[in-house]
Design a protein around this ligand. Structure first.
Ligand code: PHE
Length: 360
């Protein structure tokens, strides 16, 4: 018996050491420690031994099992380490190689403009917030001071999901990015400075409307915020975005249920060679809606409107892209026509930066 166990131990440890692959090691493990394994067979003999025998043989057999188990684990770690080393060596990438001179894809103007906006607002201390495109009624309407019976609900041409069977509330595709205002105010303590770019949906389709479009929301909540802060922020943003100093804004009194007072903002344009160019004040184009956040909205988010004030604005991103880069049919944005994408798309390396000019 003694020599058997010693011999088996020597043999097994030697074969473990010699195993050249994880597969070979696994079959060795089954061979030694599996149900029909040699070590398992020895363990089974313990039951038939006399107490004295068991006292001397027990520790040796258990010791054998432990030694083999440990040896297999160590060999496994070594083999896995070697496999990883080999893979790392094989997957070397030469980072000094030049980029392919003819990249195939392009960055969609909407994505490019979103990056430009994030860059401009990051410089003003705003962070980017997001929210779900499938929203509930409370975030999209009620908390924004648009109660059930409010006519603004009809104006939004909302896409509703079918009612849930279990009486769960009816979900909808968000009609604007304003619900992100609510989500942010509920989650974060003021002061708040965020922008929220993203997809929005309304049942509407013609040359200037698509059922899915993009908006960017801006929200500032702090103490002592006034309409002056709003106007300065919008002016600074539009000057940076259009990369012109002669941007003229016109704030027109307007109405949104979630802001009071509310203003629609027009940007002035001039005619150069028969084309509209942003800058000057020969004509006006509406670019965004804005206002001071309604006290009821602030209260709906659990904040005290006596303590916190702020402004918000919402702006169509597709519209901004059209104005800046000179496309005239919104529908082409979403047709996926390769010729259009090649013409209007941006190189992946044109990352917008303020120092390089946001237009890249
Ligand atoms: N949510 C409004 C819209 O979609 C825009 C807006 C946002 C107006 C924030 C005021 C303040 O028309």
């Amino acid at each position: 018996m003694t020599t058997d166990i010693d011999q088996l131990r020597q043999d097994l440890l030697a074969s473990v050491d010699a195993a050249m692959s994880l597969d070979a090691l696994e079959s060795l493990r089954v061979h030694a420690l599996g149900k029909q394994g040699a070590v398992t067979a020895l363990l089974k003999t313990l039951g038939k031994m006399s107490p004295e025998e068991r006292q001397s043989e027990g520790p040796r057999i258990h010791g054998l099992r432990e030694a083999v188990t440990e040896a297999i684990a160590a060999r496994k770690a070594a083999l896995e380490g070697a496999a990883l080393e080999a893979r790392l060596a094989a997957e070397v990438k030469d980072m000094t190689l030049p980029v392919d001179a003819t990249p195939q894809g392009s960055v969609h103007p909407v994505s490019q403009v979103m990056d430009e906006l994030a860059e401009i607002f990051a410089d003003l201390g705003f962070s980017v917030a997001t929210g779900p495109e499938i929203e509930d009624d409370w975030h999209n309407f009620t908390a924004l001071n648009i109660p059930d019976t409010h006519p603004a609900r009809a104006m939004h041409d909302t896409f509703y999901f079918p009612e849930g069977e279990d009486g769960a509330q009816k979900m909808l595709l968000r009609t604007h990015t304003s619900p992100v205002q609510i989500r942010t105010m509920v989650q974060q303590k003021p002061p708040i400075r965020i922008i929220a770019p993203g997809r929005t949906y309304r049942s509407d389709s013609d040359a200037t409307h698509t059922p899915m479009f993009h908006q960017i929301e801006g929200l500032v909540i702090d103490k002592g915020i006034t309409l002056g802060h709003l106007k300065w922020t919008l002016e600074t943003f539009l000057k940076a975005f259009f990369e012109r100093d002669d941007i003229v804004l016109r704030l027109r009194p307007s109405y949104f249920p979630f802001t009071e007072p509310s203003a629609e903002v027009d940007v002035g344009f001039s005619i150069e060679k028969g084309k509209r160019v942003i800058g000057g004040s020969e004509g006006w184009m509406e670019v965004l809606g804005s206002g001071m956040v309604h006290p009821k909205v602030i209260a709906a988010c659990g904040l005290d409107p006596e303590e916190w004030q702020g402004f918000a604005f919402g702006c169509g991103i597709d519209r901004l892209a059209m104005l800046k880069y000179g496309m005239d049919d919104l529908r082409a944005f979403f047709d996926g026509d390769l010729r259009w994408l090649r013409h209007y798309g941006f190189s992946a390396l044109d990352v917008p930066t303020l120092s390089g000019g946001v237009g890249a």
